[in-house]
Ligand binder design. Structure first.
Ligand code: UD1
Ligand code: CA
Length: 454
C-alpha cells in the first residue's frame, strides 16, 4: 500500500529591503542568469512539487508581488508591515497556515541557489517522522549566522550569532535559514516564539527548541555552502551568478553541447543547447534562446529570445534579438543583426546586415550590407524575401516590400516597390563613362593650384 501524497505549503520570505545592494530595485528583483532572485526561489519550489505558495513581501512592494505572480500565478501574497523577525514574517501567511498542509516549507527569496532536491529532502525528513527539519551548512566563516546545537543525532536548538556564547560561536555548522515544519504543529510552534533576544525579533529558529520542549523531534540536514548562499550585496550577487553559471554550463555540456571556453559563455536559466552544438568563446545568451542540434555559435555573439535551428551557423560577432528564428543550415555571419525575422533553411546573411521584421525564404542569399528599412519613426513594416532570391550588396529594402522568389536585386539598390518573382530589379544611379576625363581634370587642377601659390 502506498501512502497518499503529502500536501505542502511553501512560505517564501521576500520582505527584505536589501539596503546593502544600494539600489532603486528591491533586492529580490535583482537577477542572476536572467531571472530574479525571487523567481529562482519560486521556480525551485514549484519544481519540488509544492501545492501552494505564500509570498510575504514588504509594504508597498507591488513590484515584488507582480514578479512572484508572474513565476507562480497561484501564489498568495501577504504583506509584512513591519520587520519583526523571520517567525513574524512567516506568521503573516496565517490564513494559509490555518488552511493546513502536511508540510510547511519556509524559504528565503534572497537564497536563489537551493535545488528542488534539497526542498524535497527537507520534506522527506518530515515524512520520516521529524516535526522540524532545518537546513544547515559547514560555514567557511560562521560569523553572523545562527549556529546549530546538535546533541548526538538530534538538533536541539539554533542560537543566533548575536545571542551565542563564546563556546557556541566556535560551532561552524550554521543555519541556512530554510526549514520544513510539520503542518500539524507549525502554527502552534510559530505562535509560541517570543522576542526575548538580542535583536528583539521573533526568530523562526526558535521553533527548534520549541519543538524539542514539546517532545517533538528536530533534524538537521546539511547542504554545500555554495547552494545555501544568500545575496545581500552586489559582491554576493556576482558570487551567486558564478555558481549558477557553473551549474548551467555543466548541465549544457553533460547534455551534449561543446563549450570550448565555458567560463566565457554566459547562459540564462532557460537556455537550451542541443546535442553537438558548439559554442565558441565570449558568447552571451539572454533569456529565451534555443539552439538545436549541431548548430554552431561562433565567437563573440549575443543572442536573446532567438531560435537557431539544426545545423545553422551564427557569428562570429552576430546579434540575434528577440524573434530571430534561424532556419536549418542557414548562415548568419559577422556583424549581422536579426530581429523578429525568420530566416529560411539554407539562407545566407553573411556580412554586415540588419534584418528586422522580415521573412527570408529558403536558400536566399543576402549580400553584405543589406538593410531592411523597417521603421518610419512611428510604425514597423515587414519585408518578405522569397525563396532563392538574391539581394545584392548594400541594398536598402524599404518596407513594406516583397522580393519575389528567385528574384535578383542589383547591388546598391534602394528598393521601394515589390519585385516580381524571377525578375531583376536595379534601383540606383546609372553608371556613366567619359574616356580621359580624369587625366584632363588632374591637369586642370594642377595648373589652378600652381597659379594660386604664386
Ligand atoms: C537568518 C537566520 C540565521 C541564519 C541566516 C542565514 C533567523 C532568526 N535567523 O538570519 O539563523 O543563519 O538567516 O542567512 O531566522 N525576513 C523577513 N521579515 C523579517 C525578517 C526577515 O521577510 O522580519 C526575511 C529576509 O528578507 C530574508 C530572510 O527573512 O530573506 C532572513 O532574514 P535576515 O534578517 O537576513 O536573517 P539573518 O539575520 O541573516
Ligand atoms: Ca541574511
Amino acid at each position: 500500500m502506498t501512502n497518499p501524497p503529502r500536501t505542502c505549503l511553501a512560505v517564501v520570505l521576500a520582505a527584505g529591503q536589501g539596503q546593502r545592494m544600494r539600489s532603486e530595485r528591491p533586492k529580490v528583483l535583482h537577477e542572476i542568469a536572467g531571472r530574479s532572485l525571487v523567481g529562482h526561489a519560486l521556480a525551485a519550489l514549484t519544481a519540488a512539487g509544492v501545492d501552494r505558495i505564500a509570498v510575504v513581501v514588504g509594504p508597498d512592494r507591488e513590484d515584488v508581488a507582480r514578479e512572484a505572480r508572474r513565476i507562480a500565478p497561484d501564489a498568495r501574497i501577504f504583506v509584512q508591515a513591519d520587520r519583526r523577525g523571520t517567525a513574524h514574517a512567516v506568521l503573516q501567511a496565517r490564513a494559509e497556515l490555518e488552511q493546513g498542509a502536511d508540510d510547511v516549507l519556509v524559504a528565503f527569496a534572497d537564497t536563489p541557489l537551493i535545488e528542488p532536491a534539497t526542498y524535497r529532502a527537507l520534506r522527506q525528513a518530515l515524512a520520516d517522522g521529524a516535526s522540524v527539519a532545518a537546513l544547515g551548512f559547514e560555514a567557511s566563516d560562521p560569523t553572523g549566522y545562527g549556529r546549530f546545537l546538535i546533541e548526538g543525532e538530534a538538533l536541539v536548538g539554533i542560537v543566533e550569532h548575536k545571542d551565542a556564547s563564546f563556546a557556541q560561536r566556535a560551532v561552524r555548522t550554521c543555519n541556512a535559514g530554510l526549514m520544513a515544519l510539520s503542518g500539524a504543529h507549525a502554527l502552534d510552534l510559530l505562535d509560541a516564539v517570543g522576542d526575548d533576544n538580542a535583536q528583539r525579533e521573533f526568530y523562526l529558529t526558535d521553533v527548534v527548541a520549541g519543538a524539542v520542549a514539546r517532545g517533538l523531534s528536530a533534524r538537521a540536514l546539511l547542504a554545500p555552502e555554495s547552494e545555501v548562499m544568500g545575496v545581500n550585496d552586489r559582491v554576493q550577487l556576482a558570487a551567486a551568478e558564478a555558481v549558477i553559471q557553473t551549474r548551467l554550463r555543466e548541465k549544457a555540456m553533460r547534455e551534449g553541447a561543446t563549450l570550448i571556453d565555458p567560463a566565457s559563455v554566459h547562459l540564462s536559466w532557460d537556455t537550451r543547447l542541443g546535442r553537438d552544438v558548439i559554442v565558441e568563446p565570449n558568447v552571451w545568451f539572454g533569456p529565451g534562446v534555443v539552439v538545436e542540434d549541431g548548430a554552431e555559435i561562433h565567437a563573440s555573439s549575443w543572442l536573446e529570445g532567438a531560435r537557431v535551428r539544426a545545423g545553422a551557423g551564427v557569428g562570429p560577432f552576430a546579434r540575434l534579438r528577440p524573434g530571430a528564428d534561424i532556419g536549418p543550415k542557414a548562415k548568419i555571419g559577422n556583424f549581422v543583426e536579426v530581429k523578429k525575422a525568420e530566416i529560411g533553411a539554407g539562407a545566407k546573411v553573411s556580412h554586415l546586415s540588419y534584418i528586422g521584421d522580415a521573412t527570408v525564404g529558403a536558400e536566399a542569399n543576402i549580400g553584405a550590407g543589406v538593410v531592411t528599412c523597417n521603421y518610419d519613426g512611428f510604425l514597423k513594416y515587414r519585408t518578405v524575401i522569397g525563396e532563392g532570391a538574391f539581394v545584392g550588396t548594400n541594398s536598402a529594402l524599404v518596407a513594406p516590400v516583397t522580393i519575389g522568389a528567385g528574384a535578383f536585386v542589383g547591388s546598391g539598390s534602394v528598393i521601394t516597390h515589390d519585385v516580381e518573382a524571377d525578375s531583376l530589379a536595379v534601383a540606383r544611379g546609372r553608371q556613366i563613362a567619359r574616356a580621359g576625363w580624369a587625366r584632363a581634370f588632374r591637369a586642370r587642377k594642377q595648373k589652378e593650384k600652381g597659379t594660386a601659390k604664386r
